[in-house]
Write a protein that binds this ligand. Structure first.
Ligand SMILES: [Zn+2]
Length: 123
């Protein structure tokens, strides 16, 4: 799994919000509140998140939304998969991609064994 993921939440009739979560270096509120909500320490939590655990996903969305909605309760968060999109930062090219295994756009000429600029033989 990528180190940084972006959670995009677009509730029906609401406006789009997104958050970036650094899985390797999470903020305190994320680790604390998700563990309190699920009993899973962060390592296990992210593993379950990677397996599309609905409980982990809901807890994550709750903690992120709570930053703007301090009184929001976990029970009030009932997301639909349609409302959620996930993107991951490709560790190779830095693009935000839906699929970790995407084919990176080549940033430089592909390596080749051919000698560069083989000069034409001299007459
Ligand atoms: Zn890439």
């Amino acid at each position: 799994m990528a180190q940084r993921i972006k959670i995009i939440y677009t509730p029906e009739g609401g406006s789009r919000r997104d958050w970036i979560v650094d899985l390797q270096n999470p903020s305190w509120d994320l680790t604390y509140a998700t563990e309190k909500a699920t009993d899973w320490p962060w390592g296990e939590f992210t593993e379950r998140l990677g397996n599309q655990s609905a409980i982990a996903t809901r807890a994550l969305l709750w903690v992120l939304r709570k930053r703007d909605e301090p009184r929001l309760t976990l029970e009030a968060v009932v997301p639909d998969w349609d409302e959620l999109d996930f993107e991951a930062e490709c560790p190779r090219c830095g693009e935000w991609v839906v699929d970790d295994g995407h084919a990176c756009a080549p940033t430089e000429a592909p390596e080749t064994d051919e000698p560069a600029e083989a000069s034409p033989g001299e007459a």
